[in-house]
Design a protein around this ligand. Structure first.
Ligand SMILES: Cc1cc2nc3c(=O)[nH]c(=O)nc-3n(C[C@H](O)[C@H](O)[C@H](O)COP(=O)(O)OP(=O)(O)OC[C@H]3O[C@@H](n4cnc5c(N)ncnc54)[C@H](O)[C@@H]3O)c2cc1C
Length: 380
């Protein structure tokens, strides 16, 4: 009997899970992967585009170009999820699943922060990051504020990397002398689980004259006065505001009854939801790791192993270890590697390697390897 596995969302988590299940189950599984986007873009590629290191068309991996015969890709918007019957409604019709995987990520809401759309530049959506490239290109120097507007937010190191890359860009264009850079972050340290990584980032900020404003959020912008208002009521003036928008679970997930306190709770070891044969992985969950691609991928690998065992009639044994590696851009082709582990009931721990140019090559290989595996082709 063929098991119908329906995977909702072809991001980091969905691509990994669909690839793994189809590769290991062959004709025993029919894997359907559904996404509304034109293609996949790595989060870190958004920074590459913003800072002119890659062009938009170089980082968009179109689903139409996916060469993975074991995965049926459906380009559609998911409009309804019933986790009890495992029935899904989409703009391309209905789908019934024997095993359902929700990997729909976090939706971004720039409009939820008053003044951000009119007076700032959000750089977390694909469209926003691509627009930010033009905004940065035209920027003639002045006060730059990089700021987070709410928690949780994806890839906690990304705002720090952005501040460092803004510094590099302004310096290269001879504009740094008449510019200021401030970073507003809700966290107490840049990389809380890794004191060594936090110290290295704080030292880099100090060397480059980047103003670090921890444990704060920007609540609204006043575009007429070019002022960012922080949650504590204090104000920061800006000429260029680069903002991390509000994150929420996609509306279709909120409507499905899968969420508690805004996100999908799962068993932190198995990634199972409270509904039988319904899994959730990645940013859409409240599993307890940061919202980042490497964690979505690690969770997808465990959920895939458990699904494969289920399909083969075996007892699933794979459990999630909360481990992930993230790359940290310091600018000037210097990249560090931070290994972090988040285990339920234990304080998170992390180390630091680099920064170095060798690790920049390591990061490129990380991306190329995923594209080869998920899309069946080279990242040209
Ligand atoms: C600037 C930036 C830098 C980053 N850098 C890194 C990094 O260096 N390392 C790292 O690990 N992570 C990084 N991230 C975070 C990373 O991109 C995300 O955490 C990761 O993509 C989450 O994977 P996911 O599978 O949970 O969701 P996603 O990859 O977001 O995938 C969700 C998918 O669901 C689809 N979808 C949503 N709703 C619907 C619907 N109703 N119908 C159909 N399809 C739908 C979306 O189109 C999307 O393709 C970065 C993020 C940003 C913004």
């Amino acid at each position: 009997m063929v098991t119908r596995v329906v995977v909702l969302g072809a991001g980091f988590g969905g691509l990994e899970l669909a690839t793994e299940v189809s590769a290991r189950c062959g004709d025993d599984a029919q894997v359907t992967l559904i996404d509304r986007a034109e293609g996949f873009v790595f989060g870190f590629s958004k920074l590459d585009v913003m800072f002119g290191r890659r062009r938009p068309e170089q980082v968009l991996h179109r689903y139409a170009d996916m060469v993975n015969p074991g995965v049926r890709f459906v380009g559609a918007t998911i409009t309804g999820i019933d986790p009890t019957t495992r029935h899904v409604e989409t703009t391309a019709g209905g789908f019934d699943a024997d095993i359902l995987v929700v990997a729909l990520g976090a939706d971004l809401h720039p409009e939820a922060t008053p003044g951000l759309v009119e007076g700032g530049t959000e750089f977390y959506t694909v469209a926003g990051a691509f627009r930010a490239r033009e905004v940065l290109r035209e920027f003639a120097g002045g006060k730059v504020v990089v700021a987070v507007t709410s928690t949780p937010f994806k890839c906690p190191p990304a705002p720090s990397e952005t501040a460092l890359l803004v510094h590099e860009m302004l310096e290269a264009r001879g504009l740094r002398g008449r510019s200021e850079i401030a970073l507003v972050m809700p966290l107490g340290k840049p990389i809380p689980p890794s004191p060594k990584a936090s110290d290295a980032v704080l030292a880099a900020f100090a060397e480059r004259g980047i103003d670090w404003l921890p444990e704060r959020l920007v609540r609204e912008l006043d575009p007429a006065r070019k002022i960012a208002v922080l949650a504590d009521g204090s104000e920061l003036s800006y000429d260029l505001f680069l903002g991390v928008p509000v994150h929420r679970v996609p509306q279709v997930v909120a409507d499905s009854g899968l969420t508690v306190d805004g996100w999908v709770p799962v068993d932190p070891l198995t990634l199972e939801t409270t509904f039988p044969r319904v899994y959730a992985v990645g940013d859409v969950t409240s599993v307890g790791t940061p919202k980042a691609g490497v964690f979505a991928e690690g969770q997808a690998a465990v959920a895939a192993a458990r699904i494969i065992a289920d399909i083969k009639g075996q007892i699933p044994t794979a459990v999630y270890d909360g481990h992930g590696i993230c790359y940290l851009e310091f600018g000037h082709d210097q990249v560090a590697k931070v290994g972090v582990t988040f285990l339920a009931g234990q304080p998170p721990v992390g180390d630091l390697e680099g920064p170095s140019t060798a690790l920049a090559a390591d990061k490129t290989a990380f991306g190329a390897d995923r594209i080869r595996r998920w899309f069946g082709r080279e990242w040209s």
